[in-house]
Write a protein that binds this ligand. Structure first.
Ligand code: HGY
Ligand code: MN
Ligand code: MN
Length: 414
């Protein structure tokens, strides 16, 4: 019996590529800052394309800034198998969030090519644009436009903190990527498999190598704008002030009480909080803060998310407040047959696995809208992530790539 295709996965090559990508946007303290459509993000895409083209893969990109590498199949009319993740990072991101899924997908194609296999279906490796949503909120813009969940025109209007629109950042990135042919938005896809680090402690704690992801918990994000009036810190009386900061703090306090969950299942995060004019002797005229709300039960997410605006208005005092919902995605479950493929491949390779819910968001959320999708997790040390200390092992990285390879081959031969 011939060796499994996954036996051609090279742990050394996979690990070396992680180390090389980690140099692009490297921070002084061991992490990466490769925010969406930044020169660092584009450089990482170009490095991916160079590796793929050396393997004989065809590069392409779409108007949403997604970058693709295609390993040809024997039946050009057959819908492709899609795999990948994202290369953009949080400002103080780790080296593996997103990157692992892209490089494991590329490694699977390396193994398929080394084994001399031409699958029936072409396999497409994708690096999704702006999964993280830190520079431009909300995240997962590239996969949402690909899946038709969001319109390109809508995401192009989104601005970063410097007032740069996604549209102009896309045009700038397109210039740097101009040698790569443009392809139409969206595509008929046979199936999608995304490998990713767990971003939680369970696999490591329970001694399992592979997470068979059952689904992704629901997530709603909001932007709260509080409008007051600038005044002199020494002359304006409290009675006459319209202090946006004090109103925002009252809102945050009230929200924190309402979102408190003794079971610690609900995730309520205010990650961004900006004050205008942010000057020590000026009563703040404006505050903007973000809300990231997540829960596995859609009913809870709906009830609590719908309560936010009333809580903010009830604590606005003399200020005005507006609450804008940026994204709303309910919990999802991946198809059982796709999860079975991951379980069967893990068993065939003698690699331990367990079912696991993803409490982090991923591009698979939107691709799930257009084709049968699945995710393969590998352990992430102590679950440390969205943190420069994020770490994985080369052995787990290779094991996950082997399972991914077998799942992709199974889909591409079907
Ligand atoms: O926020 C998330 O869940 C993803 O890691 N960007
Ligand atoms: Mn990610
Ligand atoms: Mn992330």
């Amino acid at each position: 019996m011939s060796a499994p295709i996954s036996s051609y996965v090279s742990q050394e090559r996979l690990w070396h590529r992680h180390e090389q990508l980690a140099l692009i946007g490297a921070t002084a303290t061991g992490g990466v800052n490769r925010q969406a459509l930044s020169p660092e993000d584009v450089a990482a895409c170009l490095q991916l394309v160079e590796w793929g083209q050396a393997l004989g893969m065809q590069a392409s990109r779409d108007a949403a800034g997604n970058v693709f590498l295609t390993l040809p199949g024997s039946d050009a009319d057959a819908a492709p198998v899609l795999t990948g993740s994202h290369l953009d990072s949080q400002p103080t991101g780790g080296k593996y969030d997103g990157v692992y899924g892209v490089l494991a997908a590329l490694e699977a194609c390396e193994a398929i090519r080394a084994a001399g296999l031409t699958p029936r279906r072409r396999i497409e490796v994708v690096a999704w644009m702006n999964e993280e949503g830190s520079r431009f909120a909300p995240g997962m813009m590239g996969s949402a436009v690909f899946a038709g969940v969001r319109r390109l025109a809508d995401i192009e209007a989104v601005q970063d903190a410097q007032g740069v629109r996604v549209g102009s950042a896309l045009r700038e990135a397109a210039e740097a990527l101009s040698a790569i042919p443009l392809r139409p938005l969206g595509r008929d896809v046979f199936g999608y498999v995304e490998a990713h680090i767990e971003q939680g402690p369970l696999l490591e704690r329970l001694g399992k190598t592979i997470g068979v992801v059952t689904g992704i918990q629901g997530k709603r994000t909001f932007q709260v704008q509080v409008q007051g009036e600038a005044a002199h810190a020494g002359t304006s009386t409290r009675a006459e002030r319209r202090d946006a900061l004090m109103a925002a703090v009252a809102m945050v306090g009230a929200l924190n009480v309402r979102m408190h969950d003794e079971l610690d299942v609900l995730k309520f995060t205010i990650g961004r909080f900006s004050v205008v004019p942010n000057a020590p002797s000026v009563v703040p005229s404006g505050v903007m803060f973000s809300i990231d709300l997540r829960h596995p039960e859609s009913a809870v997410l709906l009830e609590l998310g719908d309560a936010i605006e009333a809580i903010c208005k009830a604590n606005a005092g003399p200020c005005d407040v507006s609450v804008k919902e940026l994204s709303k995605a309910m919990s999802l479950e991946f198809p059982a047959d796709m999860r079975k493929r991951i379980r069967d491949s893990s068993n065939a390779l003698g690699i331990s696995h367990m079912d696991i819910l993803s409490t982090a968001g991923h591009d698979a959320r939107y691709v799930h809208e257009v084709c049968p999708s699945a995710m393969v997790f590998i352990p992430c040390h102590k679950g440390i992530t969205h943190n420069e200390e994020e770490s994985i092992t080369a052995q787990d990285a290779a094991a996950g790539a082997k399972v991914l390879t077998e799942v992709l081959v199974g889909l591409a031969l079907s």
